[in-house]
Each structure stands twice: as C-alpha cells, then as structure tokens.
Design a protein around this ligand. Structure first.
Ligand code: ATP
Ligand code: MG
Length: 137
C-alpha cells in the first residue's frame, strides 16, 4: 500500500486549519496511520528539503518550517501520493484551484499551509525521517 507524509506547516497550525485539513483527508477516504504536533528541529527540516538546497529560497524555507509547531501525518491508501497533491493544490497558492487546500487558504508560496510527498520513494524517506516505527499504526 502507498503512504504519504503530509505536514501542516506552521502557518496552517497557527491559523487553526488543522481540523479542516484532517477532515478533507478523512472525507476523501484515506487512512490515518500516524499523527503528531511537534516543533521541527532545523536539522530535520534541512534534510526533509535536501533536494532544494541549491534553491535561493532554501534558507528561508527552512526558517519557515521551524518557525512554529507543525502537524506531521502519515496517510495511507491507493494512489495517496498523487491524490494528496491534488487535494493540496499548486505550490504557489495563487495558482492553486479553489477547492484545494492551498487554493482555499493561501496567497504566498512561502506560506503555503501544507506539505505533501511528491513520490512513493520520497514518501517513505520522509516518513522514516519524521516518525519512529512505534509511532505508526
Ligand atoms: P511541498 O514539498 O512543501 O509539498 P511542493 O512540492 O508543492 O511543496 P516544492 O518545489 O517541493 O513544492 O517546494 C517546497 C516548498 O518550498 C514549497 O511548498 C514552498 O513552501 C517553498 N517554495 C517553493 N518555491 C518557492 C518560491 N519560489 N519562493 C518561496 N518559497 C518557495
Ligand atoms: Mg515538494
């Protein structure tokens, strides 16, 4: 079965969007396998976005992710990686369709509410990075 690492970023938590976002994934029909609220350590945030380390916005991105508590989740189901990215919408919330999470709740790439894994390989890499075996059902 496929799994995706979904993370509500600090702005999503601060703005009180946690319940709304979890509801959308539950209503879509995916299974919740792990869930926690935590302050991301800088080292893990850097590792999470390691593929982007040459981008000009990378230092700002890491600062953003560690700027407040995040909600990390593991969702499971057939096609969950691609489906979650559809539910989330385009990276720049101004380009995200209404009805998507970013389309409904954001206006800036640098404050785009939520992360979703972009491939099954990255999904498993991110789950192993953020969760211990015993934290997942
Ligand atoms: P995520 O990996 O967080 O789900 P994504 O896959 O849609 O987002 P990526 O290209 O992986 O997009 O970029 C990771 C994150 O880096 C984006 O979600 C956004 O917060 C930030 N980011 C991407 N592009 C820009 C940009 N041009 N300016 C500022 N921040 C950006
Ligand atoms: Mg990405």
């Amino acid at each position: 079965v496929e799994r995706s690492y979904i993370m509500i970023k600090p702005d999503g938590v601060q703005r009180g969007l946690v319940g709304e976002i979890i509801t959308r994934f539950e209503q879509k029909g995916f299974s919740l396998k792990g869930l926690k609220l935590f302050q991301a350590p800088k080292e893990l945030a850097e590792e999470h976005y390691t593929e982007l380390q040459e981008k000009p916005f990378y230092p700002e991105l890491v600062k953003y992710i560690v700027s407040g508590p995040v909600v990390g989740m593991v969702w499971e189901g057939p096609g969950v990686i691609a489906s979650a990215r559809k539910l989330i919408g385009a990276t720049n919330p101004l380009n995200a369709e209404p009805g998507t999470i970013r389309g409904d709740f954001g206006i800036q790439s640098g404050r785009n509410v939520i992360h979703g894994s972009d491939s099954p390989e990255n999904g498993e890499r991110e789950i192993a990075l953020w969760f211990k075996e015993g934290e997942l059902v």
